[in-house]
Write a protein that binds this ligand. Sequence first.
Ligand SMILES: [Zn+2]
Length: 809
Amino acid sequence: MNSVPRLVILLELLLVSAVLGAEPTAAQLARAVRETAADPAECYRVRDLSFAKEDIRLYLNEGYLIFSKPIDGRRVWAAFSSDVDGGDGEVILFPPTRSERQSLAGFTQSPNLDEHLRSAFMVFTDGTAERLLEQIQRDGTGRRAPEIGAATAAEWSPIAANIAAPMQMRLVEDILAPAREGSLVFLALGGKSLGTFDILMDGREGNQIVARQRTEHNGKPAYDVWTSFPARSVRNGNAVGEREFTLSDYRIDASLDALLHVQAVTKVTVRVGAKARRVFSFAIANAMQVRSAKIDGVPVEVLAGDSVRGRIAGVSEEQPLLIVAPNQIAAGSQHEFEFEHLGNVITSAGDNVYFVNARGSWYPHIGSGAATFDLRFRYPRRLTLVTAGDPVDDRLDGDWHVTERRISVPVSSAGFNLGDYEKVVASAPGIAIDVYGNRHVEDSLRPPVIYIPIPSADATMGRGRGRGRGLAAPPIDPIPIMPPPPDPLGRLKAVAADMSSSMEFYANLFGPPAIKHVTVAPIPGTFGQGFPGLVYMSTIAYLDPQDRPAALRSAREQAFYSDLIVPHEAAHQWWGAVVNIEKNNDAWLLEGLANYSALMWLEKKRSPKEMQTILDRYRGELLDDASGKGTPDSAGPIVWGDRLMASEIPDAWRAITYAKGTWILHMLRKRLGDERFLSMLAELRKRYEFKILTTEGFRALAVEFRPKGVSAEAMETFFDNWVYSSGIPSLKLKSSAKPGAASVALTGTLDQTGVDDDFSVDVPLDVQFARGVVQTIWVRSSGGETPFSATLRQLPSRVVISDDILTKK
Ligand SMILES: [Zn+2]
């Protein structure tokens, strides 16, 4: 035998130690996740093995359990099969609230989940796999099964790769993150009666537990969310943990070329949280590509989102982005991160009208927090680009235009908009407002071409007069008539006037807005979006009502584009820019507050009757079961947020977030009285300036501002029924008045149906008299008939349930 040359051995030793000494790169880990395989040596016949994670309990009663091969020393998954005689697994999950039990029962016919299992594929980044292995080796709940190790591994490895690959970004992030931070438990379960479904507990989503099943809605893959709630430790008041890292002081330098491709360098200051770390998770629009990243000027690794959509989050317009430092970065230290990114986030809507499709996600960002921004754009001279903030510079440089702005208060996001614009300058006391409109009309707003038919030779001569087939005159094409396009600036001045007067109205009620220089610019489409200092306004709002597309000419649509969308987006300069939310469950607060502010503006500008007309319309939308799948309101409580988008009931998310959100604010106003309600909103703006509002924080404020005679419990109940549950009651009132010597005794019953028995609300009754103002009495409803009595000064002419409560009419 020839001996191996010494030099080669030495070199190999050096290579091995170099590999062992270095931290793995994110790309290496991602590859290991994609190629993950079962470990045939770690296959066990298990009996009575179990584990609990927060509210989830999983029992592996009889079957085989196999573990993954380690990735960077960690086993990230295990798979269980009950394919043996008497084989069984079981999962138990009890939702903690009534509405969650109702939701679960709606899908599984039971308010609690207790399902026997054929199989369980389990992904863990919290060390559960290692603990299960230890448990097996310690207490004999399993014995090694080498005889089937290879076969079991061959069976599970491809399944594992299929499930783990779309989760690679998340798995890599958790492997690189400090111990136990943002841990994930993901269970893909094969139920004996419910089929396949998932349960997951995600530490990065505030320890939120979700049970859900893959399905299809209108031919598109979707999830039915059976139930979703904060894990037990969070409900018991354990803090979810400090932010991993925070951002401040964005500096973005962006160039738009002649084709409007965006190329940008984004710098941001990153402060590391309480634990040292190497991995930093950002998100960016799918249309953007991050070329490179640096930390303090030194190039670092970038791992960008995969094309396969993650199995955890579902479809998103954003992709995850991991920035990985070669070594740990100290807790509490501050660094400059720099990203070079480019992409196509602007599309043409035709005739020099543009659509910016990544409005808040065109630069690397994280899900929470606020920062100041310095924004610099270089773009073609023919266009105007607008963005939020105070003007720093506007100049021409050859064929290019340069615009610089500074946002000096912390905001959650910064967008831009561009076009060939006409500008109107408006103002409100202490606020400068620039309103831009397009000089051109996008293709989709051009009225369709009309064809005037020309009588053909056949028709003139009449058919069948013996003309030979071959002699037919060539057909004459109908004449196309191009109706004139709508004027894209028809309402430019009206938009500017409404913007400034509604902002003045709000400033008087709530105090100053976040940013004193607000820009409004058009966006093609049927929506608006109010960013801090920058409002995207539907181009339809700029058209005169008679010029709008035929489908948008109903009374409801016209009111939306002419009267509501402008003051709604203006109100987001308070609700969203001054006061913000972080969790999707609280998003209804911003929409409800913005829309109710708009309604209050309409009430002031026009009349209370106009406000009532819109509220009645909203009531109709919430109760309209045109689809036959249930009324939008029945889809779930308003705090479900995005989860309502997955409902099979069409329009549920929109109707609940906007229509019910507005109604909740209206009912709260009536319960508190005008003065207290407005003081509460002013206090909300003051107390939560540049802070995060939650539904619970809002509830506490409402309790604080309740009037005399209304108990804290009554306010809590208001939120329990209108905010944390769904349901709109039917109410029937019977009453009679008996005149006495000095007063009138009013007695009656209030009959409540159409909601759960424990639904209970304070119902305003309007007592009308022949002369004098209407008196309101409040009666707490409950399931069935509630008797009530009151003492009146004079005989009423009529007693009715007030219009100010959301009921089935
Ligand atoms: Zn809104």
